[in-house]
Design a protein around this ligand. Structure first.
Ligand code: 7TS
Length: 420
């Protein structure tokens, strides 16, 4: 809980940002969809990109493009400098100890698979327990299932409370005492729950349990400081943080990265290769086989600059304000079921109406230009636990406006009239 003084500061920051001017920097938000102005409320799936990021990627291809770490020529040097500059920028963004702790990946999914296939495969044994939570996205569940089946490890889950979608932490220390690794999401992509990851990682560290944080829903929306959280690994995706698709980040604590085996074999990750054996490069290159996504890293650099220029506290405050307005207006609908906490939540709002299927709702909202998501949101076990097959989801970002929340509610009412 924020102390009142801090809340007041956040509110001030939120008001001091010209959100309309920022919105105008996103060309795609001027699109019309099915004859209506686009109202893009699917930001938990992927964010839109500001002109600055689009221009940076374009400039890179027009002026600097070449392979990295290889050529002894000007363009290769420029590309290498841009790529390694992006690594330093990510390290600063996450407050990592050094850029050597930053591995570029394709996204959150690849980051989590990397940990499962390197640190975990190398360190976990038959009978060991991997602790997860009941609210994990499939990408923080399936890799652990595959690994557990392969080595004979067990999965355990921190439960989610039925009423408000929080983690039930009353058994945390007992569960940690039986576990070797804990992997959990910072923010739930279905319920908008913000998990107390720093507190949980403190308990895990005391129990000698290695921690992995899935920051897919938080890295672009709020402050994510790996030292303050105290995690061993943390993954996020560029495309959810105003950056390009196909680029992501895995932070890993240096001592762990140095001791870990490589992920994939190929160029860049070696020091010396013979026919029957090779010596591997140091971290992070050891984990980046092949030509990396240089343009993606360069675009991500621009995206992180963009987000920090606004301020992540202000972004989160704005997300929360819109989500609160949406929840209040939705709660007026008779029989609606809203998921997740009622307070201190993120900008992700999931709901089920008594009289309209979520998929029909989203399809008809799209006819009016409103982009929602409907389905299981890659949270099938969680939805089964909640007793629903699908929810409709609106997820907000800093370029969304209060007028868009109102338009979303208006469209919802129109659609319901047609469906019931
Ligand atoms: N973890 C969480 C919490 C997520 O929300 C997502 C994507 C991922 C991992 C995977 O990220 P990726 O970039 O590697 O695909 N979440 C969603 C969503 O909620 N709707 O579409 C994608």
């Amino acid at each position: 809980m924020n102390p009142p003084a801090e809340t007041a500061n956040l509110a001030k920051r939120d008001e001091s940002v010209d959100w309309t001017a920022l919105r105008n920097e996103f060309p795609i938000l001027r699109e019309t969809v099915n004859g209506h102005p686009l109202v893009y409320l699917d930001n938990a799936a992927s964010s839109q990109k500001p002109q600055q990021v689009i221009d940076t990627v374009r400039r890179y291809y027009e002026h600097d493009n070449a392979n990295v770490h290889r050529g002894i020529h000007e363009l290769s040097n420029r590309a290498t400098e841009a790529y390694e500059g992006a690594r330093q920028r990510v390290a600063d963004y996450l407050n990592a100890g050094s850029p050597e702790e930053i591995i570029f990946t394709r996204g959150t999914t690849e980051g989590l698979n990397l940990v499962a296939n390197t640190w975990a495969l190398d360190n976990l044994r038959k009978g060991d327990t991997i602790l997860l939570t009941e609210m994990e996205h499939h990408s923080n569940l399936v890799p652990w299932q595959i690994l557990a089946n392969r080595i004979g490890a067990k999965l355990d889950f921190i439960e989610v409370t039925d009423d408000d979608g929080q983690l039930d932490l009353q058994w945390l220390d007992e569960q940690l005492a039986r576990a070797r690794l804990l992997s959990l999401t910072h923010i739930s992509n279905t319920m908008g729950t913000v998990n107390p990851v720093a507190e949980i990682c403190t308990h895990a560290r005391a129990a000698g349990v290695v921690t992995v944080v899935d920051a897919a829903q938080s890295a672009g929306h709020t402050t994510v400081d790996v030292q303050a959280i105290g995690c061993d690994f943390l993954a996020f995706s560029g495309h959810k943080t105003c950056g390009p698709t196909g680029i992501g980040v895995l932070y890993g604590r240096r001592e762990l990265l140095e001791a870990m085996p490589p992920y994939q074999g190929g160029g860049e990750m070696i020091l010396k290769v013979e026919y029957r054996d090779s010596t591997f490069n140091v971290a992070p290159q050891k984990f980046e086989a092949g030509t990396p996504n240089v343009a993606g890293a360069v675009g991500l650099h621009a995206a992180l600059d963009y987000l920090d220029a606004i301020g992540r506290e202000a972004i989160f405050e704005h997300d929360q304000r819109l989500a609160k307005r949406a929840c209040e207006r939705l709660a007026e609908i008779d029989g609606i079921r809203l998921f997740g906490p009622s307070e201190d939540r993120s900008g992700v709002v999931s709901f089920v109406l008594p009289d309209a299927h979520a998929l029909d709702l989203a399809t008809m909202a799209d006819q009016k230009g409103v982009a929602l998501r409907a389905g299981h949101h890659c949270n099938q076990p969680l939805l089964a636990k909640l007793g629903v097959a699908a929810t409709a989801r609106a997820s907000f970002y800093f370029y969304n406006t209060e007028a868009e929340v109102d338009r979303f509610i208006e469209v919802l009412h129109d659609v319901r009239k047609l469906l019931v």
